[in-house]
Design a protein around this ligand. Sequence first.
Ligand SMILES: *[C@@H]1O[C@H](CO)[C@@H](O)[C@H](O)[C@H]1NC(C)=O
Ligand SMILES: *[C@@H]1O[C@H](CO)[C@@H](O)[C@H](O)[C@H]1NC(C)=O
Ligand SMILES: *[C@@H]1O[C@H](CO)[C@@H](O)[C@H](O)[C@H]1NC(C)=O
Length: 434
Amino acid sequence: MRGPHHPPCTRAHQAGALLLVGVTFLLTRLLSVPPPFPTARHASTAPWPWRGLTSHDDDHLRIYVYADDEIDGLRALLRGRDATVSPATCLKGQWGTQVKIHQLLLKSRFRTLDKDEAHLFFVPSYVKCVRMTGALTDKEINQTYVKVLSQMPYFRRSGGRDHIFVFPSGAGAHLFRSWATFLNRSIILTPEGDRTDKRGISAFNTWKDIIIPGNVDDSMVKPDARAVQPIPLTKRKYLANFLGRAQGKAGRLKLVELAKQYPDKLESPELKLSGPDKLGRIDYFKHLRNAKFCLAPRGESSWTLRFYESFFVECVPVILSDEVELPFQNMIDYTEISIKWPSSKISPELFEYLESIPEERIEEMIARGREVRCLWVYAPDLEPCSAMAAILWELQRKVRRFHQSAQTFWLHNRSTVNRDLVEFHQWTTTVPLP
Ligand SMILES: *[C@@H]1O[C@H](CO)[C@@H](O)[C@H](O)[C@H]1NC(C)=O
Ligand SMILES: *[C@@H]1O[C@H](CO)[C@@H](O)[C@H](O)[C@H]1NC(C)=O
Ligand SMILES: *[C@@H]1O[C@H](CO)[C@@H](O)[C@H](O)[C@H]1NC(C)=O
């Protein structure tokens, strides 16, 4: 739109303008005030991003959520081979999104119980948690996924294009070893847009997958009952902090070293994350709020929960993770709320730079962050602003009216058939997969 050429105003321009209006509208008003849901009967007249998302429209987004007793094996992906893992266990910690998104979709006004009218299909699984507790091995996870998918004719119909999966950790879809064969067309929700350190290939695709925020501790996100309150900028003891384990990562080791050199500027204690001296959750947030800038260096993978947490203690996050991919880029301009600094320049130069930033600018960034942070909170989609609402807006834009794959065919009378000309509703499981 703002290229060197200035073609005449086209439909695309108008749509672009509408989109901009929509974004401004959203960020200036909807974040703090309950949204004036469009009353228009036709979804197409509603302003973006509400188009198609109103519960009164005939044409709103419809998502089918698979039930664990519907498909043999799905229960194991949720609770382990002997069904010993409780959802409550999996709800805690930075990977709690695998449970929260599932539970919120079950209650969502966009849920449908009818597969034939669904636009999208959600396949629940808590494998990150189930794997950590040893309730399924990597090999079992892989085999169970394949078994589950082969019982889903609707997955087969679209080659998985309209099916949604959550992978809540840095490993992303790699948790399912053969993801590249079976899930390479599906919509993947993950906080991790990159996996350059270990496996060489990224399981994330910008144009089909969705980056989601990590799960910030419940005690910090409730607006009127936050366990740790921010303190005024002038009362903060440090310029910056990094609270986490070095994990042998170059950038983090450098920070620990710099903290020894500049103990009055950078707080980076050696944290005990287990044992009797373990830093408690509340203490952790009390440390975090004591600096103007919270450094968020790359760890095992490029995303880091610290980035999201910083908004709730109101320090400005400084991303030191070159490959990071951030959520909801259709709505948020990250230059307004954060800083991204080259990880090759983790040096005294970083402190000089941070010290040169005027207080007013810091206050401005913090104030903007305060408006945006509701998008990191996993709350029901009826809330005017939440991670769930933002995920649904993105999902809604991925809806296809038509479902097809290399293994589907259609006839003169609109029947969808397989290679053997068997009509879709007669397809028996197990359906063949790639
Ligand atoms: C995953 O499971 C499928 C089906 O059992 C198998 O064909 C495939 O080789 C497995 N992948 C890996 C990496 O083990
Ligand atoms: C997806 O899987 C199919 C079937 O194995 C394969 O032919 C195709 O190359 C894969 N695509 C990508 C992008 O990996
Ligand atoms: C559509 O046409 C095919 C081929 O003639 C036929 O076998 C099938 O029963 C038809 N389906 C419907 C829904 O009429």
